[in-house]
Design a binder for this molecule. Structure first.
Ligand SMILES: [Zn+2]
Length: 245
């Protein structure tokens, strides 16, 4: 995809970022004439505002902070800002008439996800809420890059509940092929297995993280010709009963 864009970068109109970690901003700029310039000169670049402010104030360099933004802020973010191509993005807005911006903070201070709807179906570009399929089964497990651990856990749990309830196609960044799939509970919610505190729409209740349990269930993540298996990623029954999805 990036290779195709390089052939006609001037045709790209929107560049969106879920967050500003170094591995999510690299195509913003290219090295030309001894300086970093925007790769897509006619695009608007949408930056999560709270991530930008965090880096702009140098808080990513404070002691004890795992700096996943690094020098990319200066070679891949600031050049598009300096060229006047940047838009500060906040949850609640819509981009390009098709992407709804929603808050997903925790992994980074201002991470967002993008929800697209078409013909009654939904897809969610979910950034780094998930780094591994393991986190679908054990939502309390953070990556080492989640800057606000408790918030990252609660955001992940809420997201997984939403994804299971809405049957939305999710597009995590770090899973590898087939790059997208669906979250499914192993058994449907019913009065007998619905946890206390549920609103009746499914297994949603306490967001309190649980101690890590042995990994006993392998989530399947597979594709079929012509589409993706809607039963692909399931959650173990005991997780549902505990209310942690
Ligand atoms: Zn990240």
């Amino acid at each position: 995809m990036a290779d195709r864009s390089r052939r006609a970068p001037e045709r790209v109109t929107h560049v969106v970022m879920t967050h500003l970690h170094a591995d999510h901003v690299g195509w913003n700029t290219t090295w030309q004439d001894n300086r970093w310039v925007p790769t897509f000169p006619n695009a608007r670049y949408y930056l999560p505002k709270d991530d930008f402010v965090f880096c702009d104030e140098g808080r990513n360099k404070e002691p004890g902070v795992v700096d996943v933004f690094g020098e990319s802020f200066f070679d891949s973010v600031m050049p598009v800002v300096n060229e006047g191509l940047a838009e500060m993005m906040m949850p609640g807005q819509e981009i390009a008439g098709c992407l709804q911006v929603e808050s997903a903070v925790g992994h980074s201070p201002g991470q967002v996800v993008f929800r697209a709807r078409s013909h009654g179906e939904e897809a969610i570009f979910c950034g780094d809420i998930l780094h591994s399929p393991l986190q679908i089964v054990l939502p309390q497990v953070n990556s080492g890059y989640c800057i606000r651990p408790d918030l990252a856990r609660s955001t992940r749990l809420s997201f997984l509940n939403q994804a299971a309830d809405s049957e939305a196609l999710i597009l995590p960044v770090h899973f590898g092929e087939p790059y997208c799939g669906y979250v499914r509970r192993q058994v449907p919610a019913s009065p007998s297995n619905r946890p206390r505190g549920s609103n009746g729409t499914g297994c949603r209740t306490s967001m309190a993280p649980r101690a890590c349990a042995p990994f006993r269930h392998t989530p399947h993540y597979r594709s079929r010709a012509g589409g993706y298996d809607r039963g692909s990623m399931s959650l173990p029954r005991d997780q549902q009963h505990a209310g942690s999805l």
